[in-house]
Write a protein that binds this ligand. Structure first.
Ligand code: PLP
Length: 372
């Protein structure tokens, strides 16, 4: 099976992990800060690492103090972690429909979804293509709310020349194996606002305060530490940071290959009028995480099954989040989100990763061409 997404691990990665295993510290050691500083350089803003993309979202929401009664605006076309972590803090999700070409949050529809309870607009860079961050920023500033970017798909992408991570108030990344770089499980939060990043970091490290200048209790001795606000253990161990450091070095090469695959597919599939291809806006350079084609909705299952039968590990990204039974008390009528429904019903993610061989790409193209 040619998977739709896959990690790229080489002997340098393996060697660095083995070195870390032989080191003094398995968990919080010197490699955590090194990975954070490599990432900060790459994404153009200070960054803290955490144990997953889900942990990154949870920590980002905790950083803005998201709580019971607050609302956040999110698109339905995403992995449900974008919403789940906010709901677990007591917030309510306000869904806003997507653009049919990118699958990203439609800024035109965001304004009318804002209420006095809205605390943040949470954009998702679907497939690696940054959302319309300028338009969303204008709205966020006008209403004095936060702009958060779920960049689980888009580390390495740029928007008007700026790297993803340096644009929103808080940006979250995932290092799950199918994503653009991997630590097995892992994630990160970036922010240009030091106070927010500090709060996200503290939340992900049990809420522990260790700097004596910040103590509220009497400092009784070197063992003293305090918790001012509760947090969780979302630390990323040194062993995985070793892999991350080695992977970041290859991010530009990964992006180059992903973009080659994108260009090849786009060129080869352009002649098929029954199929919609992903697009890239002029001011974007996407580190493609997915290659989402859109086919006629009534043929989707047939084409999907034919491709699976041809040993192509296609996937569908995503079931609109509000369809999950966990949202049943929201009583959402899908008719309110025609673009998301249409996108979901016609979407197939074909293989997109840095390790794809030319012969595999040819097989994918041949199989798609003969599938309808
Ligand atoms: C993968 C993903 C997440 C969650 O990341 P994990 O590392 O799997 O916890 C969140 N949002 C989106 C859009 C994702 O694709």
């Amino acid at each position: 099976m040619i998977p739709y997404g896959k990690q790229f691990i080489d002997s340098d990665d393996i060697q660095d992990v083995v070195l870390a295993l032989n080191g003094e510290m398995l968990t919080t050691g010197p490699l955590v800060e090194r990975f954070e500083s490599e990432l900060s350089e790459k994404v153009g803003a200070p960054t803290v690492v955490v144990s997953s993309g889900t942990a990154a979202l949870h920590s980002a929401y905790a950083a803005i103090g998201l709580k019971q009664g607050d609302e956040i605006i999110t698109p339905p076309i995403t992995f449900v972690a974008t919403q789940a972590t906010a709901i677990l803090l007591g917030a309510k999700i306000v869904f806003v429909d997507v653009q049919p070409d990118t699958g990203n949050l439609d800024p035109e529809l965001v304004r009318s979804a804002i209420t006095p309870k809205t605390r943040a607009i949470v954009a998702v860079d679907y497939a690696g293509h940054p959302a319309d961050l300028r338009e969303l920023r204008l709205i966020a500033d006008q209403y004095n709310i936060y702009l958060i970017e779920d960049a689980a798909h888009s580390i390495g992408s740029t928007y008007y020349g700026q790297p993803v991570g340096s644009i929103a108030d808080l940006t979250t990344f995932s290092f799950f194996p199918t994503k653009n770089l991997t630590t097995g499980e892992g994630g990160a939060v970036s922010s240009t606002i030091p106070k927010l990043l500090e709060r996200a970091k503290k939340f992900s490290r049990q809420g522990l305060v260790r700097e004596p200048s910040k103590f509220k209790l009497e400092n009784d001795g070197p063992w003293h530490q305090e918790v001012h606000e509760f947090g969780l253990n979302y630390r990323l161990p040194d062993i995985l940071c070793a892999l991350g450091i080695s992977q970041v070095k290859k991010l530009d090469r990964f992006k180059e290959r992903r973009r080659e695959v994108f260009d090849y597919y786009s060129h080869e599939l352009a002649e098929l009028d029954w199929l919609n291809l992903p697009i890239e806006r002029d001011y974007v350079s996407s580190n493609w995480h997915l290659f989402p084609i859109r086919v006629p909705a009534k043929e989707r299952k047939t084409i999907f099954n034919l491709l699976r039968a041809a040993n192509i590990g296609v996937q569908v990204n995503y079931i609109p989040a509000y369809r999950h039974p966990a949202f049943s008390d929201y009583k959402i009528d899908p008719i309110q989100f025609p673009k998301s429904e249409q996108f979901y019903e016609s979407e197939i993610s074909i293989p997109m990763h840095a390790g794809l061989k030319d012969s595999e790409l040819e097989h994918v193209i041949k199989s798609i061409k003969s599938s309808l």
